[in-house]
Design a binder for this molecule. Structure first.
Ligand code: SF4
Length: 360
């Protein structure tokens, strides 16, 4: 397990039963794609997201039907529920009363001061935070006029404008996101924001694309920020099943040593020395370890020539040999296994190691 890299310290903010910011842990967030008023479909999707490792989930709240569904959805899920509201303070009040764990609304867009106060007071009474969501595509006209086009400074200025409205009402349970579909703009905005205030940051590259291109784009942008210790929650936005968003986010956290409850696969790219059907084995093992909650490193290698040695840091692995496989642990061969049972034997050994990890 690699060392957790230093994380920028932020103010801790409670969201349901988790605390975002303030510590080293970084939470995976996703968003339901269902119509929120369709409680059955929304709960089913959120439970699938939970199973995949999602730790915070957001739902859209475009109308009263959606707002009144929040209570029932809350009862049937196990992770904090964030309700996304645009402009309409009445929807915010209903969602809060229904038990939302956090609302995403920009106070500067709510309108008259009494309306903002009503939302802030309701959040204070229930002890729930507000996420300010700055988006490069919808910056305030005044800011756009000042900078000419969306810039990182303009995005941070927008965030500070919304933050000030809340701070003036003595409200500090704030989380901020500064999303842009332009990776470099988003990275710069988050970097500047992390220096401008100490509220937790929710990371995301918005409208990043399909499973393939969006994964690459998100990994590039969010990776740059994670490497710098910036970010307290993250969402990988994909035009795909949201379960894929969670899987990509988990993989990203593993890369940066920020996940202590997931196993990692090491597999070779194959070459002319290959002795087994590595690609299908690697996919099967990857699927299997996605359910393992211990930080094990599992290797699958095409041959034994460079195999075990190439994957010395792996806790366990198999390397192909002619008609068989070599099962190895920490770079040392433990035993030979027949090719047709090697994957099953590897799975059994992985389970044993995971068990030992939890008994330690
Ligand atoms: Fe080639 Fe063997 Fe290395 Fe895989 S482990 S890349 S098959 S030498």
């Amino acid at each position: 397990m690699s060392e957790i890299i230093h994380r920028s310290k932020t103010r801790p903010v409670k969201v349901g039963d988790i605390t975002i910011g303030g510590s080293n842990e970084l939470f995976i967030q996703s968003m339901a794609t269902t119509k929120t008023h369709d409680v059955e479909a929304t709960v089913a999707e959120i439970l699938r997201l939970e199973e995949a490792g999602c730790q915070v989930v957001r739902v859209a709240c475009p109308d009263e039907r959606a707002a009144y569904a929040i209570g029932e959805i809350k009862k049937r899920i196990n992770i904090p529920l964030v309700v996304d509201i645009h402009f309409d303070y009445k929807l915010a009040l209903i969602a809060i009363e229904q038990g939302a764990d956090k609302i995403r609304i920009n106070p500067g867009n709510i309108g008259r001061r009494e309306k903002v106060e009503a939302v802030v007071n309701a959040c204070k009474a229930k002890g729930i935070p507000i996420r300010i969501g700055v988006n490069a595509g919808s910056l305030e006209r005044k800011i756009l006029e000042k900078y000419g086009y969306p810039t990182a400074d303009g995005m941070v200025e927008s965030a500070l404008h919304h933050i000030k409205i809340l701070e003036d009402l003595d409200f500090h349970d704030i989380i901020v996101s500064l999303k842009a579909s332009d990776v470099q703009l988003a990275v710069e905005a988050y970097e500047k924001a992390s220096k401008a205030f100490d509220y937790p940051l929710h990371l995301g590259i918005t409208e990043s694309g399909t499973l393939f291109s969006g994964t690459v784009k998100s990994a590039a942008g969010l990776g740059a920020l994670l490497q710098k210790g910036i970010g307290n929650t993250l969402r990988v936005s994909l035009s795909a099943d949201p379960v894929e968003e969670v899987k990509v986010a988990r993989e990203m956290l593993k890369v940066f040593g920020l996940s202590s409850n997931a196993a990692t696969l090491i597999s070779c790219p194959t070459c002319g020395r290959i002795e087994i059907d590595l690609i299908s084995i690697a996919n099967e093992v990857e699927e299997y370890i996605s359910h393992i909650k211990a930080p094990l490193k599992v290797a699958v290698l095409g041959c034994a020539v460079n195999g075990p040695g190439e994957a010395r840091e792996a806790d366990i692995g198999i390397a192909g040999a002619r008609g068989e496989g070599l099962l190895f642990m920490h770079g040392k061969t433990v035993r030979k296994v027949p090719e047709d049972t090697m994957v099953e034997e590897l799975k059994i050994e992985i389970d044993k190691l995971a068990q030992e990890y939890f008994e330690k």
